[in-house]
Design a binder for this molecule. Structure first.
Ligand code: NAD
Length: 265
């Protein structure tokens, strides 16, 4: 994506950035000049590889933080740790997210609480923790990865849909609280992106219908998207980059669909 935004001197913290959309966002921010705190799960070898690749592509500082966002204290602690390492956090991208698929009568308590904790509570806790320093500097960018499911619903996704509607409400609230402080807060709303989170769903659908992966992807996933292709991680990252720019300083509280037209059909 040939969007460029000068971010030299800024520090970004991107949750859930060891794979998928978060990794593309971390890459876009670092290649535009920001030092980046990444976070997420993975083996030490995978994480080492991600950090080295990001740092060598951008020549910026990249440090991984292993905080598990299913615990609210860890989410606040992540901001503290990133601030201790880099001296500041100017850009916060709340991107970590997980899925569990089951009909409402079979949805386990622990999965409901896990989705609420990682997809929603963690974003509240990181925002609360980063707020004083953004307020003091009179500048901040908070971007939450929501979903088209912040507006619509899909069967067997009660936990996920509730959290994505919730993150949109949080986004609007934080936008209001930051409006006179130089802090913007926006959400990006992707449709299907072929990341590990979705590949698992395609595999399950393929197994259920005895389809190949490609047939399941074509017949059950991209059919929802008017452009008839998956949204790409770099396309989400380009939107995040724009929302971090000075040009976007009056854009706050929005939910930006990056969805190939999914929300118009
Ligand atoms: P992904 O599985 O590739 O990435 C999820 C990231 O979250 C990983 O880095 C993972 O390690 C991290 N994570 C998971 N549990 C964590 C925990 N307890 N603590 C810290 N990190 C944790 O998935 P993705 O598709 O890139 O998803 C990123 C975001 O995009 C999510 O919020 C998801 O809901 C959203 N989204 C995805 C799609 C899609 O089609 N892929 C569509 C709309 C929205």
């Amino acid at each position: 994506m040939d969007v460029t935004v000068p971010l030299e001197g800024k520090v970004a913290l991107v949750t859930g950035s060891t794979s998928g959309i978060g990794l593309a966002i971390a890459r876009a921010l670092s290649s535009n000049g920001a030092d980046v705190a990444i976070n997420g799960l993975g083996s030490p070898e995978q994480i080492d590889e991600v950090v080295k690749r990001l740092a060598s592509d951008s020549e910026r500082r990249v440090v991984h933080f292993s905080h598990d966002l299913s615990a609210i204290a860890e989410a606040g602690g992540l901001v503290e740790a990133a601030t201790a390492e880099f001296g500041r956090v100017d850009i916060l991208v709340n991107n970590a997210g997980v899925q569990h698929i089951a009909s409402v009568d079979e949805f386990p308590d622990e999965q409901w609480h896990r989705l609420i904790a990682i997809n929603l509570t963690a974003a509240f806790a990181t925002t609360r923790a980063v707020w004083p320093q953004m307020k003091d500097r009179g500048w901040g960018r908070i971007i939450n990865t929501a979903s088209t499911l912040a507006f619509t619903a899909e069967t067997r996704k009660s936990g996920y849909v509730a959290t994505k509607h919730g993150i949109l409400g949080l986004t609007r609230e934080i936008a209001l609280e930051g409006a006179q402080l130089g802090i913007t807060c926006n959400a990006v709303c992707p449709a299907w992106v072929l990341t590990p989170l979705v590949a698992k769903q395609v595999e399950e659908k393929a197994a259920e219908l005895q389809y190949s992966f490609e047939e399941a992807a074509r017949n059950y996933f991209v059919t929802d998207i008017p452009t008839r292709r998956f949204v790409e991680t770099d396309e989400i990252a380009a939107s995040v980059l724009f929302l971090c720019s000075e040009a976007a300083r009056s854009i706050t509280g929005i939910a930006l669909p990056v969805d190939g037209g999914s929300l118009i059909v």
